[in-house]
Design a protein around this ligand. Sequence first.
Ligand code: HEM
Length: 202
Amino acid sequence: MSATPLCQALPSVLAALRAQTGQMHSGLEKRMPFFSARLDLSLYTRLIQAYYGFYQPLEAALLGCAWLPAGLDLGERLKVPTLLRDLQALAVDQPHRLALCTRLPAIDSPASVLGVLYVLEGATLGGQVLRREMHARLGLDEHSGAAFLDVYGRDTGRRWKAYLSLLDEQPTDAQFLQAAALAAESTFACFEQWLDCQEILS
Ligand code: HEM
């Protein structure tokens, strides 16, 4: 008979984030319009508008919060400037007047910042695939409205690893893990709900 450990090791922050959100990622990925037959330039433009409507207030909240981890240069990770560039290339007038999402994940602790960032940074990892698809389907590239999809370009791997190193430096007590995982889950949920409201998803 094998002995039952009295105290099981806690997962790492990354493992907790993945466990909490893995299924949400698969679900959302399937509903995004990138590979859908109904995708055309008009739907793509609405998609980038919706990304802007979510990222703009969320990045503003991160910038204004008191819990950014030391060693994180949020300035080099902001994606709104690239979204604005894409919107301009897609001939969207007055992007500053676009609808903004008001139901955002709570940012109220260092753990919640890392959970939100997990989603925003992880979302850059599928970029190359999406960029290639949008080029093949709509003829778009980084100059004509698809820069956001591969926002870090060659730096994608390096920036992801730097974020993971930051995670490694965090406490691994149950309270921290839970707060980070719940913030990541809430970010996925808020984003999906926002895209639904904007009638972007399948
Ligand atoms: C059709 C759309 C999408 C595709 C094709 C896609 C694809 C991918 C790919 C290929 C990876 C890397 C997996 C790996 O290297 O192990 C990834 C990771 C990730 N994606 Fe997506 N993705 C999509 C949409 C999104 C969206 C909309 C979000 C969130 C807003 C998101 C959040 C993440 C996160 C957090 C990770 C990191 C997972 C981890 O390694 O822990 N993805 N995605």
